[in-house]
Design a binder for this molecule. Structure first.
Ligand code: SAM
Ligand code: SF4
Ligand code: SF4
Length: 367
């Protein structure tokens, strides 16, 4: 078992100090031009915002019950960014080039009145707005989310077999309700819907073909995600990873696939189309084929810390700036200073040694 470092402790240890009244000394003025490149020439284009660190599931690879139990110290309400604070950040990030915002978590649909935040982000204009969810609340919320301005959703679903799915979410949640959620999202016009399936060796690899058969021809885009060593609690081992190449070979034997071009630079999934024209699938090969070279993503965690990599150990406290009266230009300069010096490429340098580095849990940093 890996050593578990309590998350609250890690947050405190790894957050650079932000002085009480202004941005850290030495941050230069950067006029927002929307063309901010990091130290490896990667532009800032995507922002993922975690709106809650809580979840109603306990997926074994993300929030295992033995770590995220009844006494787990989730963030108190006052530590979460308010909708107004999130919208303000969204405007500042947009000025520096962000085109797409994905709301995530934890389970984002657990955040009360989320549609109010969607409406505020939609009002900013010019942002591609989407959300990743476990789908459990979509039957009740899909219509309101769409009406508020949400454009698309990604729904996570790891198996069609009810027993396998219940075991993976570890709260006995039935697969039929997630399928209802997907239907509700489609009926509300939140499409094309992407379906994310994390594949873990020996746990749900037998579900790859049933999932592919089920979604082929549905108009939804099924994406297979390699199980990653995010966080510090899921006990990741390389042996648990099913390489995307294996997934593609397996599906292609029964339903021939043809490689397809990316929709845009920095797209995380590699696209494959069914040769018979009945749709496409994607594979996200973050372990076997790292895509750091094109990574244009920043993440704002539930409590307003900015991370420039999913595997970062250092977060920058934007909430302190939002709450200490800092001006838009001061916060914008701080964002720019952080992005300009970004050099992250964790997936390219992943090894048995890096797995042991303390990392931030995905439910908090935003998957
Ligand atoms: N609760 C929402 C959900 O499950 O869609 C949003 C947050 S979840 C952290 C975002 C995505 O991260 C999900 O698609 C989930 O399957 C994926 N994920 C979580 N832990 C992972 C891991 N260890 N490796 C790969 N993907 C993971
Ligand atoms: Fe919750 Fe999503 Fe993590 Fe599953 S993957 S435990 S649904 S946050
Ligand atoms: Fe981006 Fe970090 Fe993932 Fe590489 S490891 S693709 S830099 S988030």
């Amino acid at each position: 078992m890996p050593k578990i470092i309590p998350l609250t402790e890690l947050r405190d240890l790894r957050t650079p100090h932000v002085p009480g009244v202004s941005v850290p000394a030495g941050v230069p003025d950067v006029t927002p031009t929307g063309m901010l490149a990091d130290a490896r020439g990667r532009m800032l284009r995507d922002l993922r915002i975690s709106v809650t660190d809580r979840c109603n599931f306990r997926c074994v690879y993300c929030m295992p019950k033995d770590v995220f139990g009844h006494d787990y110290p989730f963030l108190p309400q006052g530590e979460l960014l308010s909708f107004e604070e999130i919208a303000r950040l969204a405007r500042l990030f947009k000025a520096h080039g962000v085109e797409k915002i994905r709301l995530t978590g934890g389970e984002p649909l657990l955040r009360r009145n989320l549609e109010r935040l969607i409406a505020m982000l939609s009002d900013i204009g010019g942002l591609d707005l989407t959300l990743t969810t476990n789908g459990s609340a979509l039957p009740a919320k899909a219509r309101a989310l769409r009406d508020a301005g949400l454009e698309r959703v990604t729904v996570s679903l790891d198996a069609l077999d009810d027993g396998v799915f219940r075991a993976m979410n570890d709260v006995d949640f039935p697969v039929s309700k997630v399928l209802d959620g997907i239907d509700a999202a489609a009926a509300a016009g939140l499409s094309p819907i992407k379906i994310n399936m994390v594949v873990k060796r020996g746990v749900n690899e037998q579900e790859i073909l049933p999932m592919a058969r089920h979604f082929k021809g549905s108009g939804h885009i099924l994406r297979f995600i390699e199980y990653m060593d995010v966080g510090h609690s899921n006990g990741w081992r390389m042996d648990d990873v099913v390489p995307s190449s294996e997934v593609i070979r397996m599906i292609s034997r029964e339903m021939p696939l043809v490689a397809s071009d990316a929709n845009y630079t920095g797209e995380v999934a590699q696209r494959w189309k069914y040769a018979d024209g009945s749709g496409e699938i994607g594979v996200i090969s973050s372990v076997t084929q790292a895509f750091c070279g094109d990574c244009t993503r920043a993440r704002v965690a539930t409590d307003g810390k900015l991370y420039t990599c999913l595997f970062a150990t250092t977060g920058y406290d934007l909430r302190a700036l939002l709450r200490n009266g800092s001006s838009d230009s001061a916060i914008g300069n701080y964002l720019a200073a952080i992005w300009l010096q970004r050099a992250d490429r964790y997936s390219e340098i992943r090894s048995e040694n890096t797995v042991a580095i303390p990392k931030i849990e995905m439910s908090y940093i935003g998957g």
